[in-house]
Design a protein around this ligand. Sequence first.
Ligand code: FAD
Length: 315
Amino acid sequence: MILIVAEHAGGKLGKSTLEMVTAARESGREGPITLLVLGQGVAGVAKEAAAVADQVLVADLPGLAQYNAEVWAAATAQIAQEGEASTVIIGGSRSGREYAPRVAVKLDAPYLEDATKLSSNGAALQAQRYTYLARVTETVEADGLVVVTVKPGSFAPASPATAAGEEYDVEVTLPASRVEVTGKSVEKSSRVALTEADVIVTGGRGVGSPENFSAYVEGLADAIGAGVGATRAVVDAGWRPYAEQVGQTGKTVQPKAYIALGVSGAVQHLSGMGKSKHIIAINKDADAPIFKVADYGIVGDVNAIVPALIEAAKQ
Ligand code: FAD
């Protein structure tokens, strides 16, 4: 089987899980696509998972109420071993990249990190990933049982209701955890999360100031119900939080429309949003690299164009 560890939050299957299902389908590896749902009170998640996978394995236990690397690694390795998995796919989120290497060690399997493409080369699993500041795309492969993490936003999400998988409860032996989560504070935002958004408005240094960012980038995003992104230049300048950074060292996104305001289009930024379905750019420099990937472009000053766009969107 191809074992995918489902990512979920608030009782809902994450978009990243649907992306991992596509990755599994494209991998050409043997066996049924199997989603492993770890958590407590996850019946709803399991039902959603069954609509995209050949089978769903559910471990619903109080000991799985909170994510914990040691526990997740032990449970995943145990299920992979028992099910004689050909491949274990884990999300390339912060937590995924924390426990995936532990799973590989427990299974004595090779580990491929941050795959943006998966395929088979005979018996080997082949993965593409970025390296050298995303200037180079590297192809790596490994035989036999492979553990792989998938870079979020790199695969199109599988459409729901494309399968009718069976659900099975599984027993897992959980180790005592040596790390305890002692507090959590959740940032509240009425805006759609960056990685879940169909439309993203991103601001770069060309927007001019934090005040302009609020007025233009957030203003346009709110007028059209979009998520907000930022370049690293803007995050480094302290205008915006790191959570909004798009690019090699930020989030990878693949929305239906990506609107870039005052963004130059550096290669490290493009590696995080280049697969967006439609890219729309406004930049005053006609030679800015962003125009090489844009489907629609306006050469002009954001200060003049965006207020008119917001007004039009409101109407
Ligand atoms: P700039 O490059 O300064 O571009 C500003 C643009 O705005 C220019 O094209 C200019 O013509 C235009 N402009 C100026 N005024 C106006 C106006 N009034 N109206 C319209 N247009 C205007 N960057 C990321 O974004 N994400 C990453 O994850 C990331 N990771 C990195 C990792 C490494 C290891 C390194 C070395 C760099 C990384 N970078 C990343 C930085 C990246 O190389 C660029 O420096 C950054 O993306 C530039 O941000 P920017 O486009 O906002 O700024």
